[in-house]
Design a protein around this ligand. Structure first.
Ligand code: DX5
Ligand code: ZN
Length: 233
């Protein structure tokens, strides 16, 4: 397993959905130079979510640019069909949506069998309790803070409550999974998001929309670190 999974927390994971695809190598390289130990790859099929983004070939391209940790977020129906493709393309973590899995325990097993870390994502309208049975099976829970499908949306405010609730559940079960947030993260809220319980913050437009990508990653990381309360204390 790629030891970048255990990078110092909190982690900023820039989402390439917002990158300049004409200059992907430049943008990804600058994000990593700015201190991002993970790159977040948003995979969308136009069926589970209204947008179509990219597939395994894009993950393979990003892997050819950097050897950093690739955090692949599958916003697709029937993800079981594609785990092998994304693992072969170079994913280090594969996150599936609970809403798309009839047999989530088996899907997570399949991801692990491919040598990848396991993540499960939950949409803003889905109860966190739907994850309860598999919390011991996952390396990360992704609490969506926008409705999935597009970058540049506004952070959904009641996500703070959900983050605090997720953090409490982890304490109760003595879990060690990371809590990730995804959508609407910026310099305005990174500190509060980390304070509420996020270990990994995905940021698309705030990073790749910046005129200074490395500086933006570093600033987001500093903001998040100033509010972060380690799960290990
Ligand atoms: C939305 C994606 C997010 C999004 C984040 O469905 O999962 O990763 O790209 O982008 P920003 O940071 O622009 O909200
Ligand atoms: Zn995402």
């Amino acid at each position: 397993m790629n030891d970048l999974f255990k990078s110092p927390l909190p982690i900023i994971a820039p989402s390439i959905l917002a990158a300049d695809l004409r200059n992907l190598e430049r943008d990804v390289t600058q994000a990593v130079q700015g201190g991002a130990p993970w790159i977040h790859c948003d995979i969308m099929d136009g069926h589970f979510v209204p947008n179509i983004s990219f597939g395994p070939a894009m993950v393979k391209t990003v892997r050819s640019i950097t050897d950093t940790f690739l955090d692949v977020h599958l916003m697709i129906s029937e993800p079981d069909r594609y785990i092998d493709d994304f693992a072969r393309a170079g994913a280090n973590m594969i996150t599936v949506h609970i809403e798309t899995c009839n047999h989530i325990h088996r899907t997570l097993q399949q991801i692990r069998e491919h040598g990848c870390h396991t993540g499960v994502a939950v949409n803003p309208g889905t109860a966190l309790s739907s994850l309860r049975a598999i919390l011991h099976e996952v390396d990360m829970v992704l609490v969506m803070t926008v409705n999935p499908g597009f970058g540049g949306q506004k952070f959904i405010e009641y996500s703070y409550e959900r983050l605090r609730a997720m953090r409490l559940v982890r304490e109760e079960i003595q879990g060690s999974f990371y809590i990730q947030v995804d959508g609407g993260v910026s310099r305005d809220n990174a500190r509060d998001i980390a304070d509420a319980g996020a270990d990994v913050l995905v940021a698309g437009s705030s990073v790749f929309g910046s005129s200074d990508i490395p500086a933006e990653v570093e600033a987001l990381r500093n903001d998040a670190a100033s509010g972060y309360r380690s799960m290990y204390v």
